[in-house]
Design a protein around this ligand. Structure first.
Ligand code: NAD
Ligand code: MG
Length: 301
């Protein structure tokens, strides 16, 4: 086995040495953060994800698709044959452009729809523009998220609390509500929750509660739409090396040690979680609905 760069997601490797381990340099940047400014650069599967047509002809809307987990999912979906509509914030345009290039290089269509998900009218418009641009909608990935670490509840402002709720919960609700009328039997919804849903950190009170709400919503909605043949699941990442963390998601001291505490001793790279989304989006997971699938480096969800 080898420490060389990953050439495809099937190559047998030692997971301990497959990707960088802490310590990492401090690297503060303002939220929402850019993947291009991270050190080391995250692996979103740019050079390694190999697709096999598992999502051929599907049409997917992914929020937070410019960077991190959303980018890895967008690359994987495109290489599996799906067209992709991407949402992100306008300040993340440079990250998003890289993703568009990769989707197009895979021979698929990319529809860019930047905008702020804290706004209900925009969430509705996002779905309409995705449906128009893609010619329909088969897969929705509610992945955008806001995480701001604060040590003391006394210092969590109402503005932060409100923004976290809006970005993580309200947007998922608004987008899902708008998307369902466009979906048919076989369609799937995937929500990015977190290990924080079941194991909340002391400095992520507002964030962790939104992730618990997302897992709960996933279970209830799955029951509601089962009779329509639509499946709803959630993915729960542990520590993943994305712009969310150094841009205020963790204190810089924790960024330096990020992933150290999990059994595998390092953070996951976005490329390592994309296959879970592909599975949940594809017909392979036809009997899987209403559940949470975790990728945590060894911590029980
Ligand atoms: P990321 O910063 O790369 O992606 C998050 C994205 O959310 C941003 O790129 C941004 O486009 C989007 N976003 C934030 N606020 C928005 C707003 N108001 N309007 C529109 N878009 C907005 O980081 P990531 O870690 O890939 O995050 C993706 C998801 O994974 C999030 O839901 C996050 O909570 C979840 N998650 C991440 C980790 C981790 O360790 N990185 C762990 C568990 C869960
Ligand atoms: Mg981003």
């Amino acid at each position: 086995m080898t420490n060389d760069p990953v050439t495809n997601q099937y190559e047998m490797r030692d997971p301990l040495s497959q990707y960088p381990r802490p310590p990492f340099p401090k690297q503060p940047q303002p939220a929402p953060g850019l993947a291009s400014r991270m050190d080391p650069k995250p692996d979103h599967g740019e050079d390694s994800y190999v697709g096999f047509g598992r999502l051929k002809g599907r049409r997917a809307l992914i929020t937070g698709a410019d960077s991190g987990i959303g980018r890895a999912v967008a690359i994987a979906f495109a290489r599996e044959g799906a067209d992709v509509a991407l949402n992100y914030l306008a300040v993340e345009e440079s990250d998003a452009e890289e993703v568009v290039r990769l989707i197009e290089a895979a021979g698929q269509k990319a529809v860019v729809i930047p905008g702020d998900l804290k706004n209900e009218a925009f969430c509705q418009e996002l779905v309409e523009r995705a449906v128009d641009g893609l010619g329909g909608l088969d897969i929705l990935v509610n992945n955008a998220g806001k995480q701001t670490a604060v040590d003391d509840i006394a210092d969590i402002t109402t503005e932060q609390f409100d923004d976290t709720m809006k970005t993580n919960i309200y947007a998922m609700f608004w987008i899902t509500k708008a998307a369902l009328p466009h979906m048919q039997a076989g369609s799937t919804i995937i929500n990015t929750t977190s290990i924080q849903a079941s194991q909340p950190s002391q400095n992520l009170l507002d964030y962790a509660m939104t992730k618990a709400a997302m897992a709960n919503f996933t279970g209830g909605l799955a029951k509601q739409v089962a009779a329509k043949g639509i499946r709803v699941n959630a993915v729960a990442p542990g520590p993943y090396w994305t712009a969310l963390q150094p841009s205020g998601g963790q204190p810089q001291e924790s960024v330096m040690k990020f992933g150290e505490k999990v059994p595998l001793g390092r953070p996951g790279q976005p490329a390592e979680i994309a296959p879970l989304y592909v599975l949940l989006a594809s017909q392979e997971s036809s009997y899987m609905t209403g559940n949470v699938y975790a990728s945590t480096g060894g911590t029980l969800y």
